[in-house]
Design a protein around this ligand. Structure first.
Ligand code: SAM
Ligand code: SF4
Length: 352
């Protein structure tokens, strides 16, 4: 018999699991500030498989592998392979990466293992901006690696026209806001969807301040004045709003989705949030802005207990009522962080 869909206290279904594979990174983006060392007691492939299987049983249809930098995990291909029996209920396995380690061979191996899509992060199109946003002095080299990674992914069969290859860019007011147009131009030339992300108050180490947020509407209007955009709106349970170029630029196809914006600060979308985050050491966070998570390891160690794990995850989702971004906007009528609240967990730990 078909199970009724699992919903939280605000009627939101579980749809997407974001599984962080490591809190470590080979970049040091100042807006993210990952730990230099990894967490103790990282989950193994079998434990991760159990977690994804339980989430899929509870209704999750999409898995996003993230971090820290997920390509630092040498077991990534093995994990993707062992998840294949969860198809077709698991519709999509996606990866978000900074691309530095995405060689031609790695891209092919990931595709062969069964990865469906790759989103690469790049916050500028010149060496100076990339250096500033990635925390590395050799911004020119980082840029070259990411541009090469885009083509490696494309050659391996990750097709932008099918949503298989996208570009993420975080835009910070006064830091890389001059990169909005160059990034749009790059994405148009390379036929990629560009996802413009507002700088979010996740974590504590980045020293977030509302003055550093460039509203998504401003990013869009800057692009629109060069290449007019047609709004396509926001789908239910999506975190992004979409636009297409009126001149058919970008991917060219009539149904192309060349620009999307993730406006967590200026236009909170908690009501549509269907994401469960699981950290690399096995804690579940139903909200990106939470300060603590639920330890899932008691149902994984010393050996997995699948039935109890499903019950624990179902309980967690049923009791979920977080709507931090909306409250931030409503309660304070502004975007200023409340210093009386417990500190948020860090972005590279949660996986975005
Ligand atoms: N290392 C990978 C990468 O950078 O793509 C995956 C992990 S990273 C935490 C996931 C996404 O979160 C990236 O696109 C990154 O740009 C974004 N991100 C990190 N910190 C952010 C912040 N404070 N505000 C908005 N986006 C952020
Ligand atoms: Fe690393 Fe990604 Fe964080 Fe940048 S955003 S430091 S690439 S985890």
């Amino acid at each position: 018999m078909q199970q009724p869909p699992l919903q939280d206290r605000l009627g939101r279904p579980l749809g997407v699991v974001r599984l962080s594979l490591t809190a470590r990174c080979n970049l040091n983006c100042p807006y993210c500030r990952p730990e230099g060392k990894d967490l103790p007691g990282l989950l193994g492939v079998e434990e991760r498989r159990e977690l994804v299987a339980a989430s899929v049983d509870l209704g999750a249809h999409t898995l996003r592998l993230t971090g820290g930098e997920p390509l630092l995990d040498g077991d990534l291909e093995t994990l993707i392979k062992v998840l294949q029996p969860l198809r077709p209920r698991l519709r999509r396995i996606a990866l978000t990466s900074n691309g530095l380690l995405l060689s031609a061979e790695r891209a092919k191996a990931l595709r062969k293992a069964g990865l469906d899509s790759v989103t690469l992060s790049l916050d500028g199109t010149d060496a100076t901006s990339v250096a500033r946003m990635s925390g590395r002095r050799d911004g020119g080299w980082v840029l070259e690696q990411v541009l090469a990674a885009i083509e490696h992914a494309r050659s391996a069969g990750f097709d932008p026209a099918q949503g298989g290859l996208k570009l993420n860019a975080v835009i910070q007011r006064g830091v890389n806001e001059d990169q909005v147009l160059p990034l749009a131009s790059l994405a148009r030339q390379r036929g990629l969807e560009l996802r413009l992300i507002e700088y979010m108050d996740v974590g504590n180490r980045n020293g977030w301040h509302p003055d550093q947020v460039l509203a998504a509407a401003t990013m869009v209007s800057r692009i629109d004045s060069h290449w007019p955009l047609q709004p396509l709106g926001r789908e239910a349970n999506a975190t992004h709003r979409r636009w297409r170029y009126r001149d058919g630029g970008g991917m060219g196809a009539a149904d192309a989705l060349p620009i999307s914006t993730i406006a967590s600060i200026s236009e909170p979308f908690c009501g549509d949030c269907n994401r469960l985050r699981i950290t690399a050491d096995g804690f579940a966070y139903p909200c990106l802005f939470a300060s603590s998570g639920t330890d899932l390891r008691p149902w994984l160690r010393p050996w997995p207990q699948p039935a109890s794990l499903r019950l624990a995850l179902a309980d967690l989702w049923h009791s979920r009522s977080d709507r931090y971004s909306e409250e931030r906007a409503e309660l304070r009528g502004s975007t200023t962080p409340d210093s009386s609240l417990p500190p948020h967990a860090e972005m590279a730990y949660l996986g975005g």
